[in-house]
Design a protein around this ligand. Structure first.
Ligand code: NAD
Length: 263
């Protein structure tokens, strides 16, 4: 048996329950992490944003045996409360939360950052950063055996990436939230981390102007000379939720073909 086969045979997440927030379709980074957790034996619950995405998410959820598929707009406290009431009723406990959600108005992902409106700034921060805090607060009482909370970030949090604009500011806040949440929740053995992923063609990425050029340039300029694949994010997500991540918290870990080391 190969090392990989032996790893999956041990089913590292057997008996564990994971809430996956942010699947829009089969290209979503959240779906890559969900598949990895499913392979390792975890039971999954999914959320969707709106009826149009429900039609995409339900069949995917069913394909991995998930029976909990609930609506959740992360900027709506009532929907977050309803989601956690359902999880408490059906599961009682929770081991992992995958937060793979971001949003900014299209006009704020183009042109000059200085033109970001007050409302555009608020929306990007609320959906892309504050939502992690709200979800963590609701998840904490259910995470009785510790566990892990994972979010998705991007290098635009640290350096200027043209057109990423307000989303870069929101990702910087998100990474800071990860550190403060890790400190708050550490005594309960709840770990909080971010994955800073290289560019992958997804629905959310399509909203960034010149994304195709960004992808092509990224492939050329990284040490590994190739873009990452959705599955790379899945594997790192699985690692951070599993035994390998037992003493990793408050971190932002890169899976970007080395893009972040370049000057
Ligand atoms: P995606 O479009 O598949 O996923 C984004 C998800 O956010 C969707 O499921 C959407 O429904 C959800 N969402 C948006 N607003 C929401 C709200 N108010 N309430 C609930 N859900 C909401 O795209 P993705 O690329 O998989 O994005 C997932 C995460 O990965 C995002 O945080 C994104 O910034 C991050 N990320 C993506 C890339 C990339 O190149 N694709 C790189 C680094 C980080």
């Amino acid at each position: 048996m190969s090392t990989t086969e032996r790893y999956w045979a041990e089913r590292p997440y057997a008996g564990q329950k994971a809430l996956i927030i942010g699947v829009a379709n089969e290209r979503s980074l959240a779906w890559a992490i969900a598949r990895e957790l499913h392979l390792g034996g975890a039971e999954l619950a999914f959320t969707f944003l709106g009826e149009a995405l429900e039609r995409r998410v339900r069949p995917l959820a069913e394909s991995v045996g998930a029976t909990i598929v609930e609506p959740c707009n992360v900027s709506d406290d009532t929907q977050i409360e309803a989601l956690f009431s359902k999880l408490t009723e059906k599961w009682g406990t929770l081991d992992h939360v995958i937060h793979s959600v971001a949003f900014a108005n299209r006009e704020d992902l183009d042109g000059r950052f200085v033109d970001t409106s007050r409302e555009g700034f608020r929306v990007a921060m609320d959906v892309s950063a504050y939502s992690l805090v709200a979800l963590a607060r609701h998840a904490e009482p259910m995470m009785l055996n510790g566990g892990s909370i994972l979010t998705l970030s991007y290098y635009g949090a640290e350096k200027v990436v043209p057109n990423y604009n307000v989303m870069g500011v929101a990702k910087a806040a998100l990474e800071a939230c990860v550190r403060y949440l890790a400190w708050d929740m550490g005594p309960k053995k709840i770990r909080v981390n971010a994955i800073s992923a290289g560019a992958v063609k997804t629905l959310a990425a399509a909203g960034i102007r010149d994304f195709r050029t960004m992808l092509a340039e990224a492939a050329e300029s990284t040490p590994l000379k190739e873009n990452i694949h959705q599955d790379d994010v899945g594997r790192l997500g699985g690692f951070l939720c599993g035994p390998g991540g037992r003493h990793i918290t408050g971190s932002t870990m890169y899976v970007d073909s080395g893009a972040h080391i370049m000057g």
